[in-house]
Design a protein around this ligand. Structure first.
Ligand SMILES: [Cu+2]
Length: 713
């Protein structure tokens, strides 16, 4: 299956882009075949590991066979367990798309999943004039059915580290994602470093994520008391250093470029053989660019390299004034670029990714972690020792979801304190909205559900820009329908075209029976990059544990569905503010973002924690009116609700029309179209003649007036 597209490409003479597109190419084409596969499997047989070798039982003889290096390379190890996952062209993560700014990117996708629709979102891409190529199934396009193909086309912009992932159902955390890098043409920066590496990091669950989602959404009460039987909980959510939930679904491993090692089911010791880790080969004195992407479902990671600083130079495609950190926190959906200078004694150093888990059931817990190996050329000496942060020598950490971590001895720098390299002046906003990403208590169902301002979003039955008038009438839009607090509705926020808009993203924490309910949420806006102007954190006690929400925020109702500033707050403009498309909103705090609504369309904005998004912590920003938006290609795939009343069916069955009548209808339409073309052509000729006549007449008149505006040839 995976070679079908390659064959078509070769026969048609189209150049197949293998990862990095040539800088001189106008168009870069990629062929993606989406299909299920299994980790730790080779040609249908389970892979075992012993003595640093992979082996399988040969079907014919029943004997153990050691895989060759080439065969072993094809094995997706994941965390060492056999588990179903989604691959692209047999790869996990999917193949990197590496293109140059302004190139036309074409992704021809074939959905070879047996029973699921899909769609592919290009996270970080502006999609100016191509909003319907944004890849959000149900919002910007109909899902691609199993067996069908779909061609994505868009212009490569803006420059930076981005990624692509499924935006339909629970597929991202099953493996449907990959990196997308847009480089500057003739990039002078490339001379600043010797080589670049792309890293995707994410948690990996024991069970299939859609099973867990099903359990979490339907049995949320038992989840709140512990994962498993209601009376004998065996899982407790783990907490960050500030006492806020960090992992509420059980995770047993993390993967770095698909390589990891899993913990035991009920404790955090590693039981299995030492699977190979991802390696990064460097040379003494060299400088290396790392592009890191959190492709995860819900978990944030602290990234550090033993005995080396990280020189952060960009985030979400925005170049920033370089700044050195001991480590950085990357939240789901975010990207960070940093330089590593290979200036230490040659050897092997760990690149570490660790979750922010610190406690579980009131006891300290080992955070889930995964390592990569930084290998200096010519030395196998190991220097794997994590830097100790102390009160005297605290560690400098970028992008914590809290103000500080006292138990970790961290000094946190907020991304609002990074400085963008390029200035951007956004006028004072004419529109301001408060969006509270919080949980609402549903009385009838007795569950907490993720919402925005108390509303749980559901996608319209068909994309609005593709079927505007009909769909706008039939959808259940929030605020317009009688929707009680447990039902879902389509949450649309209308924003005027070409205006400066300010959004206050907040997340309030509920505190029933002293159980803090809420967490930081990574919020992603499609189709725009926004300036991060201000980040507010909650109040903490002496141990750095959450105490109460930021005093600038005031709830004006019980559930806090309407938020306001407590007092007149001025947000100062900052042309050097960092511009991002994904930002973490601190629990009990806020983030003020500002952007120009210069890209008309229906843009999804949501929490990037996959379950929260699926549960309705999402909305659609309608930027501009329909008349400002571009028309989608006429043949884009169809979908939507279908209803048929009894009367219409009875009439139909009495005298069922044959397909012939449909063909005749089409023929008539074709004839009408042809007549319309003739009439339009005749009108155009006549008006050109009139215009020419008027122009000549005008020119002659001007000459007679004694001054000539249009020079006569
Ligand atoms: Cu969330």
């Amino acid at each position: 299956m995976k070679y079908t597209y390659l064959l078509i490409a070769l026969l048609s003479g189209v150049v197949f882009s293998n990862e990095e597109c040539s800088e001189s190419a106008l168009e870069c084409e990629y062929y993606f075949d989406i299909e299920y596969a299994k980790s730790m499997t080779f040609q249908g047989s389970k892979v075992y590991m012993a003595n640093n070798s992979f082996m399988i039982y040969e079907k014919e003889t029943g004997n153990l066979k050691i895989l060759t290096n080439e065969e072993a390379e094809q094995v997706i190890t994941a965390d060492g367990r056999q588990k179903s996952l989604i691959t692209i062209n047999g790869r996990f993560p999917g193949p990197p798309i590496i293109v140059y700014e302004g190139q036309i990117v074409t992704v021809k996708l074939k959905n070879s999943l047996d029973s699921q629709g899909t769609s592919l979102h290009f996270h970080g891409i502006k999609q100016l004039n191509t909003a319907w190529m944004d890849g959000v199934g149900g919002v910007t396009q109909c899902p691609i059915s199993p067996g069908q193909s779909f061609t994505y086309k868009f212009l490569a912009s803006p420059v930076g580290t981005h990624w692509y992932h499924s935006h339909y159902g629970i597929q991202r955390s099953t493996g449907l994602f990959g990196p997308l890098v847009i480089k500057r043409k003739s990039d002078k920066d490339e001379k600043k470093y010797n080589k670049e590496f792309i890293i995707s990091v994410h948690e990996w669950l024991w069970n299939d994520t859609s099973d867990i989602y099903d359990m979490a959404s339907k049995e949320a009460v038992s989840f709140a008391f512990g994962y498993g039987d209601f009376n004998s909980p065996c899982f407790f959510s783990s907490k960050e250093s500030d006492g806020i939930d960090t992992v509420v679904t059980p995770i047993y491993s993390a993967l770095l470029n698909s390589r990891g090692r899993h913990y035991g089911r009920f404790n955090r010791t590693y039981p299995g053989p030492k699977l190979p880790l991802e390696e990064f080969h460097v040379e003494s004195g060299g400088v290396y660019l790392f592009r890191i992407i959190n492709t995860g479902m819900a978990v944030s990671f602290e990234i550090s390299i033993d005995d080396h600083d990280l020189m952060v130079v960009a985030t979400d495609g925005c170049d920033v004034r370089p700044k050195q950190f001991d480590s950085l926190i990357i939240h789901p959906g975010e990207r960070y670029d940093f330089y590593l200078e290979a200036i230490r004694e040659p050897g092997i150093y760990f690149l570490r990714a660790r979750t922010l888990e610190r406690f579980s059931n009131n006891k300290p817990v080992i955070p889930v972690h995964i390592e990569g190996l930084i290998k200096y050329k010519g030395s196998a000496k190991s220097f794997s020792k994590r830097k100790k942060c102390s009160r005297v020598y605290p560690c400098k950490v970028l992008n914590c979801p809290f103000a500080t971590s006292i138990i970790d001895n961290w000094i946190c720098t907020s991304i609002a304190n990074l400085e963008a390299l390029n200035e951007r002046h956004i006028p004072h906003p004419t529109v301001e909205h408060f969006l509270n990403y919080h949980f609402n208590w549903l009385k009838d169902e007795r569950v907490w559900k993720p919402t925005i301002n108390g509303l749980r979003h559901e996608n319209p039955s068909a994309p609005l820009q593709l079927f505007p008038p009909a769909e706008l009438q039939s959808m259940r839009e929030c605020g317009k329908e009688n929707c009680n607090n447990s039902c879902k509705c389509t949450n649309i926020l209308h924003l005027p075209f070409n205006k400066s808009v300010q959004l206050v993203l907040a997340t309030t924490i509920h505190n029933p029976k002293n159980v803090l309910n809420g967490n930081p949420h990574p919020i992603h806006l499609h189709g725009h990059h926004f300036q991060v102007l201000s980040i507010g954190y909650p109040k903490y006690n002496e141990q750095g544990v959450y105490f109460k929400q930021n005093p600038s925020l005031k709830c004006s109702d019980m559930q806090c569905n309407r938020l306001l500033w407590s007092f007149n707050k001025t947000i100062i403009s900052n042309p050097r503010a960092v511009e991002k498309d994904t930002v973490i909103v601190p629990a009990g705090g806020y983030v003020v973002i500002r952007f120009l609504t210069d890209n008309p369309g229906f843009w999804y904005m949501h929490c990037h924690m996959e379950f929260h998004n699926e549960e309705g912590m999402a909305m659609i920003l309608q930027v501009g009116e329909m008349s400002d938006m571009t028309e989608p290609p006429i043949d884009m795939n169809n979908c939507g609700n279908f209803e048929w009343n009894d009367e219409s069916f009875s009439n139909y069955i009495k005298n069922p029309p044959t397909l012939n009548s449909l063909l005749q209808k089409e023929e008539k339409t074709d004839k009408r179209k042809l007549i319309a073309v003739y009439v339009a052509a005749a009108l155009a000729t006549f008006s050109s003649f009139l215009a020419l006549f008027a122009l000549c007449h005008k020119r002659i008149n001007k000459q007679y007036d004694g001054y000539q505006i249009i020079p006569m040839q």
